[in-house]
Design a binder for this molecule. Structure first.
Ligand SMILES: [Zn+2]
Length: 69
């Protein structure tokens, strides 16, 4: 179940989250992953199975996602 069907690279949501890239996971579950950047703090993170339009930055908005260091 993906809510991101109409989401394209370069889109930005109302929370200031910018979609850098879409990628399909290499893991067995093959879930789609989104690479997202936050325009507020510059953090980049990867989130899986999220609704991009409601996505929050894990660094400055207490959202879900795995920060890329
Ligand atoms: Zn942020």
């Amino acid at each position: 179940m993906s809510a991101n069907y109409h989401v394209a690279e370069g889109d930005q949501n109302a929370l200031g989250q910018y979609l850098v890239a879409r990628a399909t996971s290499c893991s067995a579950d093959r879930r789609p992953h989104l690479k997202i950047a936050c325009i507020h703090c510059g953090a980049e993170y990867v989130a899986a199975e999220v609704n991009f339009h409601a996505c929050k930055c894990p660094s400055c908005q207490n959202g879900a996602g795995n920060l890329l260091l």
